[in-house]
Design a protein. Structure first.
Length: 168
């Protein structure tokens, strides 16, 4: 997955609308389904927990299906890209305990995975205005740059392929 520049304003606007739409659909759908089921199948005890739960589950599955169906729509481009990038970075993060010692030993794939992780994190954190962790990221990047210089390597995030994580 290549790192690309994202229009922050468009991304935030679309993400906020998708989230608001999901919340509205979950609220209206789950309440609507539950009310219909309660009308059709009333419970003398007054407990309608199972109908309410069924309404939430059906609506949540429907929202998931709709998001998956429209993930290729142009409106969802930035939202889906960021979602996919977060999944890729999460895979790297889960391997980080093994990547760091390998990078110290000069493993090119480990160094490249860490470079991709840092560049991707920087991109995401800028999109989400998460500047609190940027200093920590800058220190980690400096350490990685020192290792790359030590082993006379040039790390290009465009060369990253998720398949290299299998060895760690």
């Amino acid at each position: 997955m290549q790192l690309i520049k994202i229009d922050k304003a468009r991304y935030r606007r679309h993400l906020n609308r998708v989230i608001a739409g999901c919340i509205a659909l979950l609220t209206i759908g789950s309440l609507g389904i539950a009310q219909i089921l309660i009308e059709l199948f009333p419970d003398e005890s007054g407990s309608h927990f199972h109908w309410n739960l069924l309404g939430v589950v059906v609506t949540a599955v429907t929202i998931g299906w709709l998001l998956n169906k429209y993930r290729t729509h142009s409106y969802m481009t930035e939202v889906v890209y960021v979602w996919d990038l977060k999944q890729v970075l999460n895979k790297i993060t889960r391997k980080m305990l093994k990547l760091k010692p390998a990078a110290q030993a000069g493993n090119v794939d480990a160094l490249l995975a860490m470079q991709y992780s840092y560049a991707g994190s920087r991109l995401l954190w800028n999109l989400d205005d998460n500047t609190i962790s940027m200093d920590e990221l800058a220190l980690a990047q400096l350490e990685l740059d020192r290792l790359a210089e030590k082993y006379q390597l040039t790390l290009n995030v465009d060369d990253y392929d998720a398949k290299i994580l299998k060895q760690f």
